[in-house]
Write a protein that binds this ligand. Structure first.
Ligand SMILES: Cc1cc2nc3c(=O)[nH]c(=O)nc-3n(C[C@H](O)[C@H](O)[C@H](O)COP(=O)(O)OP(=O)(O)OC[C@H]3O[C@@H](n4cnc5c(N)ncnc54)[C@H](O)[C@@H]3O)c2cc1C
Length: 471
C-alpha cells in the first residue's frame, strides 16, 4: 500500500464557482498560499455560476442603470419576508451589509456591469458578460496570483485531527488520491445537491428525479455530505429548492437561461386550460421560483404562458425571454387550445372569465400597478390586461431545478457548526452549501451575491487562521 501524496497550503478551496473564486482570491490577497480544487474539467469550470446571468441584488443609491434606490433595510426586509420569516436573520444581515462593498470589490477586479432584466423592483445589476464572463475574469485574476488550481480534482473526504478540527481534504484526481492539507482551513464552495438524482429524490420527493437541471452537472452534494460525515449540523430547508418558469422544451441538463421572465404579462394555464396562480401577485423576481414549483405540481408538470399582441408587441416582452423554440401562435383562443392539446372549451371559458374580470387602470410593469381582476379566483393582482388581440401566443413551460435550499449550519463568519452548535475548527463554507438563507421561495438575484459575500468572508477567515497558526 502506498501513502497518499500530501500537499500543504494555507487555504484549500473546494469548488470554483462564484463562492470558491471569491474565497480563493480573498485568501490570496491576504498573502495565503491557496489551492482551489475543482471537480470538473477545465472546460466545464465555473459551476452553476457560469450558466447564470449572475444578476446581483445589493443595496445602493439610485444609479446610472436606472435603478431606484434600494436600502439595506429594504433588502433585509425582502429576504426575510420572502422566506416567510424563516431565514437566519444574522446571516441575512451579514449578507446585505457586505453586499455593496463586495460589488465594489468585484468592480475593482475588472467586472463590468449593465442593467439587469426590466420590471423588477429595480435593484439589480448584471455582469456584462453574464456568469461565464464573471467566472472567466475571476479565474484570470486567480491565475495571475501565486495560487494553484487543480481541475478534475474532486473532494471526497475531510481530514480531521484528534481534536476533530479539519486539517485538509482528500481528493480524487486523475493521478489517484491526493491529500490537500490546509493550515488555515478548508472552504467548501462545492454547490448544492441539485445534480445528484438520488439525493434529490431522498430530500425533495419522488417527482424530483425528472426535473430539468438548469445549471452544472457537477453540483452533486459531496461537500455537504463530507461535512455531515464529520458531524456538521444540517440546516435550512432540505425539502425545497430553487426553480423557475422555464421553457418546457429546454434540454434536460445544463439548459442555462431558458426562463420566461415575462410571464406576468399574460396568464398561465395548466393542461386543462385552467389558471392556478396569481400571475401578478408581486414583481416577477419575487414569484418566479415559487411559480416554477407550482407548475411542477400540475399534471405532468406542464403549463402554458399565454399572451396577446398587446404584450407581444412591447419591446420588453422579447428582452425578458430567451426562446428555446418558436412560440405556438393561433388566430383564435380555440385554435390555440387545439394546438396546445388543451380542451378548447376550457381555455375559452378561462380567457372569457379572465377578460371580463379585468378592471380599468394604468398598466405599468415598473411598479405594482394594482391593475387587477375583480371577482376572479385566483385573481391577477397587478398588470391584468385583457387577452383579446390575435394572433395569440403560447409558450409551454415547466419548472426546473436550479439549486437546493438545504445545507450546513454556519455562523456569520462562514464557519461550519457541529451538531452541538460549536464551531468545527478549520471548516468554512460559502454559497449553495449554506443552509438557512432561502425558504419556500427566493428573492431574484440573491444567490450569486450570497456566494460572493460569504466566499470573501470564508476566504478571509481561513487565511486569518493560517496566519495565526503560522506565528
Ligand atoms: C440558469 C441559471 C440562472 C441563474 N441566474 C442567477 C442570477 O441571475 N442571479 C443569481 O443570484 N443567481 C442566479 N442563479 C443561481 C446562481 O448562479 C448560483 O446559485 C450560484 O452561482 C452558486 O454559486 P456557488 O459558487 O455556490 O456554486 P457553483 O457556481 O455551482 O460552484 C460550485 C463548484 O463546485 C464544484 N464541485 C462540486 N463538487 C465538488 C467536489 N466534490 N470537489 C471539487 N469541486 C466540486 C462544481 O464543479 C462547481 O464548479 C442562476 C443559476 C442558473 C443555473
Amino acid at each position: 500500500m502506498t501513502d497518499v501524496p500530501r500537499y500543504d497550503f494555507d487555504v484549500v478551496v473546494v469548488g470554483g464557482g462564484i463562492a470558491g473564486l471569491c474565497a480563493a482570491l480573498t485568501a490570496a490577497e491576504q498573502g495565503a498560499s491557496v489551492m482551489l480544487a475543482e471537480k470538473s474539467p477545465r472546460a466545464e469550470r465555473g459551476g452553476n455560476t457560469r450558466f447564470a446571468d449572475a444578476q446581483m441584488r445589493f443595496p445602493h443609491a439610485a444609479d446610472e442603470y436606472g435603478a431606484r434606490a434600494y436600502t439595506e433595510e429594504e433588502m433585509i426586509g425582502d429576504m426575510m419576508r420572502i422566506s416567510r420569516g424563516r431565514a437566519n436573520r444574522a446571516l441575512i444581515e451579514t449578507l446585505v451589509r457586505n453586499a455593496a462593498a463586495t460589488v465594489d470589490w468585484l468592480t475593482a477586479l475588472g467586472i463590468e456591469w449593465e442593467a439587469g432584466y426590466p420590471h423588477t423592483a429595480g435593484y439589480r445589476r448584471s455582469p456584462k458578460a453574464g456568469g461565464q464572463g464573471l467566472v472567466d475574469t475571476l479565474f484570470r485574476r486567480l491565475e495571475g496570483r501565486e495560487t494553484t488550481i487543480s481541475y478534475d480534482t474532486g473532494a471526497i473526504e475531510l481530514l480531521t485531527d484528534a481534536g476533530r478540527a479539519v486539517i485538509g481534504v482528500r481528493c480524487a484526481s486523475p493521478d489517484g488520491l491526493v491529500d490537500l492539507i490546509a493550515r488555515g482551513g478548508v472552504v467548501l464552495a462545492s454547490g448544492g445537491f441539485q445534480a445528484n438524482v438520488q439525493m434529490r429524490v431522498a430530500h425533495l420527493g419522488r417527482y424530483a428525479d425528472s426535473l430539468i437541471l438548469r445549471g452544472s452537472r457537477h453540483d452533486t452534494g459531496e461537500g455537504i455530505r463530507m461535512a455531515l460525515d464529520i458531524g456538521a449540523q444540517a440546516a435550512g430547508q432540505w425539502g425545497d429548492y430553487h426553480s423557475a418558469v422555464i421553457d418546457a422544451r429546454s434540454p434536460a441538463v445544463e439548459c442555462g437561461v431558458t426562463a420566461l421572465y415575462n410571464f406576468q404579462m399574460g396568464i398561465i394555464v395548466n393542461a386543462q386550460g385552467e389558471r392556478f396562480l396569481d400571475e401578478g401577485e408581486d414583481f416577477r423576481d419575487h414569484t418566479y421560483v415559487k411559480f416554477g414549483k407550482a407548475i411542477i405540481e400540475q399534471a405532468d408538470g406542464a403549463a402554458f404562458c399565454i399572451f396577446d399582441q398587446q404584450m407581444v408587441q412591447r419591446e420588453e416582452f422579447a428582452r425578458a425571454w430567451r426562446p428555446v423554440g418558436a412560440p405556438v401562435e393561433a388566430p383564435s383562443i380555440p385554435a390555440l387550445a387545439e394546438a396546445l392539446s388543451i380542451p378548447p372549451e376550457n381555455l375559452e371559458r378561462t380567457v372569457e372569465a379572465y377578460n371580463s374580470a379585468v378592471q380599468p387602470g394604468e398598466f405599468d410593469l415598473d411598479r405594482l400597478d394594482g391593475k387587477a381582476t375583480a371577482g376572479l379566483q385566483p385573481p391577477k393582482s397587478n398588470w391584468a390586461m385583457t387577452i383579446e388581440q390575435p394572433p395569440f401566443v403560447a409558450v409551454p413551460v415547466t419548472g426546473g431545478i436550479t439549486f437546493t435550499f438545504g445545507g450546513l449550519k454556519v455562523d456569520t463568519s462562514a464557519r461550519v457548526l457541529n451538531v452541538g452548535g460549536q464551531v468545527i475548527d478549520g471548516l468554512y463554507t460559502a454559497g449553495e452549501p449554506m443552509g438557512e438563507i432561502f425558504y419556500y421561495n427566493y428573492p431574484g438575484a440573491s444567490s450569486v451575491i450570497r456566494g460572493a459575500v460569504y466566499g470573501r468572508i470564508a476566504g478571509a477567515g481561513a487565511a486569518g487562521r493560517a496566519a495565526e497558526r503560522r506565528s
